[in-house]
Design a protein around this ligand. Structure first.
Ligand code: WQD
Length: 338
């Protein structure tokens, strides 16, 4: 079976993609340094798949390790998730973000070329758009100056991928621009594991509902949106995982020296207050929240135009916001023994 190297494969999106790969007949191999994930994710994968997923513990910047992985296995493609991803943290330690996020991609591309592996799916982000002038945002929408060093690393990585293809390296690349991943596997065996105080909305919501946080602060209610709070496109992590499998299948039918970029969102936008209300309905719990000041760096509203990914990859999001929140809540209840 085709072996696919998943960098950061013990992480939130990586672990769900490992499940989707096995269910589609691939054999995932994980490399993860567990800097932003936990080994318990591997146990969760084993419980879901009834098989171990071969895992190498280490840093994707470790060229000797990456080359060993390629020499010990028959890798036919790579999905590159591994990166530092906390927007706020990236403004504190930008050099670590540039070294890690760009360095790991370069090691992956150089090693793939050395072992004549052509297919790679890259984890990009809608953050490259900044605040789009028109919505829903198209892949052809010009990227804007990044709001953070994290977002800038994603833009730089996209440019590296384009130049790598232009150099006739033979690579075949899909770059997926994620919107806001939420949800968890319905088994509650794997899910999002934020370290410390969650920066992202949904883990903060579920931890508040579980009594781990006193209340949610809504970052700004004076935006030009239907209720004054920010709008985002929240996509179930299972839908996101499926988009990676469809991307690998798509690459199989492309010629060498190929690159394409896709928005991966639901195509719908929801405000923060709508998410809170939807969660209260799904969890049947009242959430304590207060309206606070805007968070620096936040954009006002973004959601995806998904025409291209629907048409070219034959992919569309299947889960609703409520279903995603239900799975996030079930996962939190498992974590909190509720
Ligand atoms: C969503 C909305 C907040 C927390 C970031 C990155 C993106 C990706 C996902 C890595 C915003 C509001 C949040 C809270 C709130 N990261 N909010 N109270 O900022 O859209 O995207 O995370 O891959 O690249 O940019 O996601 O979940 O942090 O915020 O009001 O306690 O919820 O202001 O409007 P974001 P988020």
């Amino acid at each position: 079976m085709k072996q696919i190297l998943i960098t950061g494969g013990a992480g939130y999106i990586g672990s769900h993609t490992a499940v989707a790969l096995v269910e589609s007949g691939y054999t995932p191999i994980i490399i993860d340094d567990f800097s932003n994930s936990e080994k318990s994710a591997l146990d969760g994968l084993k419980n879901i798949l009834n098989q171990e997923v071969k895992t190498y513990i280490g840093d994707c910047n470790d060229k000797a390790l990456v080359e060993r992985i390629f020499s010990e296995n028959e890798i036919s493609g790579v999905i590159h998730f591994a990166a530092s991803k906390a927007v706020g943290e990236s403004t504190q330690i930008p050099l670590k973000y540039y070294a890690n996020n760009i360095g790991s991609l370069l090691v992956m591309l150089e090693t793939m070329k050395k072992f004549d592996v052509k297919n790679i799916v890259f984890s990009s982000s809608c953050t490259v758009y900044g605040q789009p002038d028109e919505l829903p945002v198209l892949e052809s929408t010009p990227r804007k100056d990044a709001e953070s060093p994290y977002g800038n690393t994603k833009k730089i990585c996209e440019d590296i991928l384009h130049d790598h293809v232009k150099s006739k390296s033979g690579a075949k690349i899909v770059s997926l621009r994620y919107f806001n991943p939420i949800g968890a596997h319905p088994s509650s065996e794997i899910g999002e594991l934020p370290l410390g105080v969650p920066a992202n909305l949904i883990p903060f919501v579920t931890q508040t509902a579980a009594g781990l946080r006193e209340k949610i602060t809504v970052f700004g209610d004076d935006y030009n949106t239907k209720d004054g709070t920010c709008v985002r496109d929240y996509i179930h992590v299972l839908d996101l995982a499926d988009a990676h499998v469809k991307s690998l299948e798509y690459l199989d039918s492309q010629e060498a020296n190929f690159i394409d970029t896709f928005n991966v969102g639901t195509g719908n936008g929801n405000t923060v207050l709508e998410v809170i209300q939807a969660f209260e309905k799904v969890s049947e719990r009242k959430l304590k929240y207060e309206l606070g000041p805007r968070r620096p760096g936040d954009i006002e509203k973004v959601w995806a135009n998904t025409d291209k990914v629907n048409k070219v990859l034959g992919w569309n999001a299947k889960y609703s916001l409520e279903e995603s929140l239900r799975d996030s809540w079930n996962w939190q209840k498992r974590l909190s023994n509720l």
